[in-house]
Ligand binder design. Structure first.
Ligand code: URA
Length: 222
């Protein structure tokens, strides 16, 4: 499956029903994806979830251990941070579609025990998965696209993009009217102590408030 991303103003206007049907068949097709080798060690494809009418699309890196088992994105520890931050930023989950740049869990066995350790996806794996992300973008047509962390940001905005330098700012992109990158919620889980975890969480919420404000404006304008 190959696709070329289209600028938002070139996308055909599609009804809510067409969006829902489109996403449903994409999800079914993606369940058999063998575009790269990651399917071999993963339990299942973890496709995006959320309203087909969502105004905001959040893109993470790849499913984690819990997501791989449940078949849903952001349902593990990073998902809990994300949910909490969305609530505190005033973003309703029903307005959000959540997905990942890579749709299979890449992992390596822990040296001892049964734990599966997250492994960063390679560029070739990100590229192999890109048609699914483009198809989700074309089906949902979000007003706002949010990249969570460097992998998603670089997959979407280019290898030179630095989240540390440009987080929380609107970035010019043909993929949506408004595009912004912020940190990955799992980086907050890795904070050294409570104080830095709290500081990082507040910064994450501040970035998401930029999104919440844009949503309010677009609702007023509609
Ligand atoms: N991290 C991600 O990037 N995505 C998930 O779905 C879960 C954890």
């Amino acid at each position: 499956m190959k696709s070329v991303p289209k600028a938002p103003d070139q996308l055909p206007l599609i009804s809510a029903r067409e969006r829902a049907t489109g996403l449903k068949s994409l999800r079914q097709e993606a369940a058999h994806c063998k575009n790269c080798d990651l399917w071999r060690n993963a339990t299942q494809t973890v496709f995006g979830v959320g309203s087909p009418k969502a105004k905001v699309m959040l893109v993470g890196e790849q499913p984690g251990d819990m997501e791989d088992r449940k078949g849903l994105p952001f349902v593990g520890p990073a998902g809990r941070i994300l949910d909490e931050a969305l609530v505190l930023a005033g973003i309703d989950r029903s307005e959000v579609y959540v997905t990942n740049a890579v749709k299979h869990f890449k992992w390596t066995p822990a040296e001892r025990g049964k734990r599966r350790i997250h492994k960063k996806p390679r560029q070739s794996e990100i590229q192999a998965c890109r048609p699914w992300l483009d198809a989700e973008l074309a089906a949902v047509q979000p007003d706002v696209l949010v990249c969570l962390g460097a992998t998603a940001a670089q997959a979407i905005l280019g290898a030179k993009f630095r989240v540390t330098q440009s987080r929380g700012k609107w970035i010019e992109s043909p993929l949506a009217s408004r595009v912004l990158a912020t940190v990955h919620p799992s980086s907050i889980l890795r904070a050294q102590d409570d104080e830095s975890r709290n500081t990082q969480m507040q910064a994450f919420i501040a970035d998401l408030r930029v999104v919440a404000d844009a949503l309010k404006q677009s609702k007023k304008a509609a």
